[in-house]
Design a protein. Structure first.
Ligand SMILES: [Zn+2]
Length: 416
């Protein structure tokens, strides 16, 4: 079987012929060059309007990178024709395997983009002997295609979240779709201001009327915009964000207490206990379990905060908003008497958002517990990987690519 035969099977372009396959030399070693010519009698098509047009002249041969074979780079070599189009003037012809200006064939771009979901962009570049920039452009194209072809009707539930990027200095606002059976990153914008979220609702436009649930954190700018723009939807403060406020409070209490104990010359009981206190008991390792049991014997503020949080987990098991509300009130009263300032702060915050919190129970079953948390973790991972990029554009592309559940053209699956 010859390479030409394989190409005609997997990547056939009527109007063009694979003429000759030969060795080429690239900086990295041998490569495979495939010469392409127009099929006799087939006129060139204008890249502006797509009409068959009279030939004008032929440009020098150019290389288009194709999917590598046996670890060797493959390039199509083709001399582009220029046409004299009745409506567009003298322009270069349209070819089916690539966009006029790109040196990357569609097939290779989608191939790289698919690998970029599994590996970092740098790793993809190294594995397929190409540059980081090429991988970035490939992913950018896949994302642009996906965004242009995705289905946007029937969005009934969304979650608004924030993500740190640029080594923790800047925020992004991300909006996820949480509609049953369709969970994905829907939209993102810079910063976490009111204006940011207004940007989302402007983009959403008329589709806002379909919205029934909005999940978010207690971040004021978000609360204000959601109340104004989606007042008809049930606004829910989700479990993940509430519990992460509590974990932050525990962390604060523990850090301060550890410093105080040390300053007063007490044995460092709190040393290396950070994860013991932050983890849920069921997630502790075999080694950590007895250490937590030992730690709980001390009547420390850290321990009391930990127990308050564990007690609060019970809140989420209620079915009726009324009973959940009673539990919440009791928990807040108790916590406000604890004299542990970071925990009291959480209690005050929960109390002032009582109604939004109880909406969780009014929407019971429609939004699953782990969804927002799962997205948040993945987004963190992606932006951490993306710290090397520095630009907002790169982070945006990376997030849509990994979390957008974007559609892909049919042909993408041929090579990977
Ligand atoms: Zn034209």
């Amino acid at each position: 079987m010859r390479i030409k035969t394989i190409l005609n099977r997997i990547e056939r372009h009527p109007g063009f012929v694979y003429e000759q396959v030969s060795w080429g030399e690239s900086a990295e070693g041998p490569s495979i060059e495939v010469r392409v010519r127009p099929r006799a009698g087939r006129p060139a098509r204008c890249s502006g309007c797509g009409e068959a047009s009279a030939g004008y002249d032929t440009l020098p041969a150019r290389r288009f990178a194709f999917v590598p074979l046996w670890g060797m780079p493959v390039a199509f070599v083709y001399a582009m024709r220029r046409v004299d189009c009745a409506s567009c003037g003298v322009v270069v012809e349209r070819v089916p395997w690539a966009d006029g200006k790109h040196r990357l064939t569609h097939s290779f771009a989608h191939f790289l983009a698919r690998w970029a979901k599994r590996l970092s962009w740098q790793e993809v570049a190294e594995a397929f002997q190409t540059s980081w920039d090429t991988v970035f452009r490939a992913v950018e194209r896949a994302v642009a295609w996906g965004l242009a072809h995705r289905e946007l009707s029937g969005i009934t539930a969304i979650g608004v979240d924030e993500v740190l990027w640029q080594r923790g200095y800047r925020f992004l606002t991300v909006v996820y779709e949480l509609t049953a059976g369709r969970r994905r990153l829907l939209w993102m914008g810079r910063e976490r201001e009111e204006a940011t979220l207004h940007g989302f609702f402007d983009w959403l436009g008329e589709r806002v009327t379909a919205l029934r649930f909005v999940c978010s954190d207690m971040w004021k700018p978000y609360l204000r915009v959601v109340a104004k723009k989606a007042g008809h939807a049930l606004h829910i403060l989700d479990r993940f964000h509430i519990m992460s406020h509590m974990s932050k409070a525990i962390d604060e209490v523990r850090a301060k207490e550890a410093r105080d104990l040390k300053a007063h010359g007490y044995a460092p009981v709190l040393k290396h206990t950070r994860w013991l206190l932050l983890k849920r008991p069921e997630n502790l390792t075999e080694k950590q379990e007895p250490r937590l049991a030992e730690l709980l014997r001390y009547n420390l503020r850290s321990v009391r905060s930990y127990l308050l949080r564990e007690d609060f987990q019970f809140f989420w098991t209620y079915v009726s908003p009324t009973w959940a509300g009673r539990f919440l009130d009791r928990w807040c009263t108790r916590t406000l008497r604890s004299q542990i300032e970071p925990m009291k702060k959480v209690a005050r915050m929960l109390r002032s958002h009582r109604e939004l919190l109880l909406n969780w129970f009014r929407a019971k079953g429609t939004i699953s517990n782990g969804t927002v948390e799962g997205f948040n973790n993945k987004a963190k991972l992606t932006t951490r990987r993306a710290f090397g990029f520095r630009t907002y554009r790169a982070v945006e592309i990376a997030l849509y690519h990994t979390l957008g559940a974007l559609p892909e053209p049919e042909t993408t699956h041929r090579f990977c």
